[in-house]
Design a binder for this molecule. Structure first.
Ligand SMILES: [Zn+2]
Length: 562
């Protein structure tokens, strides 16, 4: 295995030093409070630090947590043990007494060994929020994953998982020295709440955890009242229970929770006389904020939903799609109808939960149907008044979406308003796209838009994901929240390496062939060949991952196409 300085580590906040490599045969143990969770066999490390690869006999690896591990630390240790076990077959040992190598993970607060190690390192003391440090020196029996926070510990262990090389009965760890911290504080994922996700809740739990391992720290859902007759509708109760479950999964990984609410949403049974004048993309049971009594009713409904969920960190006021009202009192929508409900709603949420960040989303507002240029008045007013509850603007990144696309001039206007920004990127509105979505040219345009905003204002965002097949796009965006200059090529390299294992090179080529922008005239034949090669060579764990299924689906789609 080659371990070289790679371009995506080259930023100010990161450093990597090549030292060598450790190879373990067998052996895994997770220890918390002296109680082992999982483990293996025995052995001794040998070799010199100058070696490119340190050959190790049958060594034992123990994962050591502190005396007071957080739920995130306990969970990530188990996930690491499971991943190693699944990919190498290394079985648990009975005690940690024989561990030749100890992987110490945690924060300065949770783990005394980490505290002692951090005391020797200036870079750890100055680690940015949610950052991590991985120190694996082959001359020492203790390896460290230090996180600045729970999210940092999880991201660090995730990075370690991607650096490990898994073989049957053998695990290789390159000696590493990595310090990295994310550029943006809100590194989210918005799962559009539909059957593609909710039909498989166990898979969603694992998906959320995997996202955290890639460095994600926020999960958002939209609660769509219009799907239900009322708050007491049993289906609404089930939906909320599902959200609570997924939020708990996210919280356990050290993530934040986000809730999107369309501001003038209403239940299907809403009073006829309070309903909207029709506007594109909005069901008729939505309510008009200009009719007497409707704002009070909508705020009360939203409050009910908000309180039925565990503490929400980030609340998003969504203006349209669906939403809006075309009556003369609500027009133009941004500063009249929208503001008429958004303001009291924000104030009420802030009153209930002062710590909740409240972001004003402006999706669709720059389209003439939703007020033409009136959005500029909304932005200017908020930027000037800065109500106590106001966290910033959430802006669309959707160059192909005719209602949500933003111009360079629009972006300049936001930059000049000097309010914090988050992005709401369209990564998945691709009609009936078959299988895993890869579209590097499009991603480049999204990245260019992201980087068109002032870096000091940009705080992250929520890529919009409709189905499992947006996984690579989500990971790509997430990588930009860590380092907005990282290339899609680099992300695809990492992705292929982690999910194709020894088949990474062929898998990487296959992903390029599946790219929507691929112009290779031999594309169909090459896709067939690459898939056949992988089919016959990758270990079973590659094929057990649901991602493999999505990729095979993509290949079949091309095979059947003329
Ligand atoms: Zn109206």
């Amino acid at each position: 295995m080659k371990l070289e300085k790679m371009p995506f580590w080259a930023g100010r906040q990161m450093s990597v030093t090549k030292i060598g490599m450790l190879a373990f045969h067998a052996a895994l143990l997770v220890v918390a409070n002296g109680v082992s969770v999982a483990a293996a066999t025995e052995g001794r490390a040998s070799g010199s630090p100058q070696d490119e690869v340190i050959k190790v006999g049958s060594a034992e690896l123990a994962v050591v947590l502190g005396a007071h591990p957080s739920p995130a630390e306990k969970r990530v240790a188990v996930l690491l043990a499971e991943r190693i076990n699944e990919r190498t077959g290394i079985s648990p040992a009975e005690s940690c007494a024989k561990a030749a190598i100890r992987l110490v993970i945690g924060t300065v607060a949770s783990n005394d060994k980490i505290k002692a190690f951090a005391a020797t390192r200036k870079d750890i003391a100055s680690l940015g929020a949610d950052g991590y440090c991985i120190a694996a020196d082959v001359r020492k029996p203790e390896l460290y994953v230090v996180g600045q926070s729970d999210s940092g510990v999880v991201a660090g262990v995730g990075r370690l998982m991607r650096e490990l090389r898994y073989k049957r009965g053998k695990l290789e760890l390159p000696a590493l020295e990595i310090t990295e911290a994310p550029q943006m504080p809100n590194r989210g994922m918005y799962l559009w709440a539909r059957k593609h996700f909710f039909g498989k809740p166990d898979q969603v739990d694992r998906y959320i955890e995997e996202f955290a391992l890639w460095g994600g720290n926020a999960l958002a859902f939209w609660f769509e009242m219009g799907m239900f007759n009322s708050f007491d509708d049993p289906e609404a109760k089930q939906w909320l229970a599902m959200y609570r479950r997924f939020y708990a999964t996210a919280r356990r990984m050290g993530m934040k929770t986000g809730l999107l609410m369309a501001v003038n949403d209403a239940y299907k049974s809403s009073p006829e006389k309070l309903r909207i004048s029709p506007i594109i993309g909005c069901p008729n049971h939505y309510m008009c904020p200009s009719k007497p009594g409707s704002v009070e009713q909508m705020v009360a409904w939203q409050e009910q939903v908000f309180k039925a969920l565990p503490a929400i960190d980030i609340f998003n006021l969504f203006p349209a799609d669906p939403g809006g009202c075309s009556c003369s009192d609500c027009t133009p929508w941004p500063t009249r109808g929208y503001w008429r409900i958004a303001k009291p709603l924000a104030e009420r949420i802030h009153e209930i939960s002062p710590k909740t960040e409240i972001w004003v989303d402006t999706w669709h507002l720059n389209h003439k149907t939703f007020g033409g240029k009136d959005w500029k008045n909304l932005v200017a007013n908020l930027a000037k008044q800065r109500p106590e509850w106001f966290a910033g603007f959430e802006v669309a990144v959707a160059p192909n979406h005719k209602y949500a696309a933003m111009s360079a001039e629009d972006r300049k206007y936001y930059n000049e308003a000097q309010a914090p920004l988050m992005v709401f990127p369209d990564i998945s509105m691709w009609g009936n796209h078959q299988g895993m979505l890869v579209n590097k040219e499009y991603w480049k345009s999204l990245q260019a838009e992201l980087n068109d905003y002032s870096p000091e204002l940009m705080k992250g965002g929520w890529p919009y994901s409709e189905r499992w097949n947006t996984d690579i796009a989500s990971v790509t965006f997430l990588s930009w929240f860590w380092n907005s200059k990282k290339t899609s090529e680099t992300v695809l390299d990492e992705y292929a390496s982690f999910y194709f294992g020894p088949g990474a090179e062929t898998g990487r080529k296959l992903l390029d062939l599946l790219d929507d922008g691929c112009k290779d005239p031999q594309r169909k034949r090459k896709i067939g060949e690459a898939l056949a090669k992988l089919e016959g060579s990758v270990p079973d764990w590659v094929k057990r991952d649901w991602r493999w299924g999505e990729i095979v689906k993509s290949c079949r789609f091309f095979a059947n196409r003329h």
